[in-house]
Design a protein around this ligand. Structure first.
Ligand code: MLT
Length: 245
């Protein structure tokens, strides 16, 4: 049977190389793992940017590639884009994998923090932010690892102005909570047990509200469960894909 194409959407402010272990593992599928808007080689353009634009970029990529239906796997910001896309184009989504993400929007405190971070990055560049953020996303045991250095390098590889525009898009994203009961495709929810950015309780909301969703907590992983514990992450997706076919 023909395998459904897979789309992997990375988190802020990294790039598609986050998915190297998945691209290799699922090589029998047609795979799209794009750099998202403003990240490395991703689409760009004048701001402001909204998650709507990230979702439109994905639609354009699939349309241009002649691909109709996909399994959409998004981590954190990639999950915001996946939920937005699934609401706008449900007929294009055969399955959803929501990883280390959340449905709700930023509260005022989070919006203020994004604003301050964007301004700081514009004036001081990405070095300090890259060091701090790359540590925050990882579980304790990975914080001094080569993975942390790789992540910091990915962040520094972006343009400060593009990271600032992406922060604006994150701050202005929709609250998707009300949409969750309307998700019609099979859904898998994955989260690291040590994810401090989008802790497991937020994934539980996704799993509770999306009809028939299955959730797994990945032990030993922080916010980047696909990179920190790739074997279990891939195994869970494999099980999910088997149920889809
Ligand atoms: C991400 O990992 O994509 C970001 O941490 C998401 C966010 O800050 O809301």
């Amino acid at each position: 049977m023909k395998k459904t194409p897979l789309v992997f959407l990375h988190g802020f402010p990294f790039n598609s190389s986050c998915w190297d272990k998945q691209v290799e593992h699922f090589s029998e599928h047609k795979i799209f793992a794009p750099d998202l808007r403003g990240h490395r080689q991703g689409p760009t353009g004048p701001g402001p940017w909204f998650i709507h634009d990230f979702s439109a970029d994905l639609k354009q990529l699939l349309d241009q590639s002649g691909v109709d239906r996909v399994v959409l796997c998004g981590l954190s910001m990639g999950g915001y884009v996946a939920l937005h896309f699934a609401k706008e184009h449900p007929e294009r989504v055969a399955g959803l994998v929501l990883c280390d993400t959340r449905a709700d929007a930023d509260g005022n405190e989070a919006k203020d923090k994004r604003h301050a971070t964007a301004r700081k990055i514009e004036s001081e560049g990405l070095d300090q932010f890259a060091e701090e953020f790359s540590k925050n996303v990882l579980a304790e045991m990975h914080r001094t690892s080569s993975l942390q250095k790789k992540l910091a390098g990915m962040i520094r590889g972006n343009k400060p102005a593009a990271v600032a525009l992406s922060l604006g898009a994150l701050a202005s994203r929709r609250d998707s909570t009300e949409f969750l009961p309307g998700v019609t495709c099979p859904t898998l929810v994955l989260v690291g047990d040590q994810d401090k950015i989008t802790p497991p309780a937020l994934s539980q909301v996704l799993a509770d509200k999306i009809p028939g969703a299955v959730m797994h907590v990945i032990r030993g992983a922080g916010h980047l469960s696909n990179m920190e514990e790739p074997e279990e992450f891939n195994r869970r997706i494999e099980e999910f894909l088997r149920r889809l076919n």
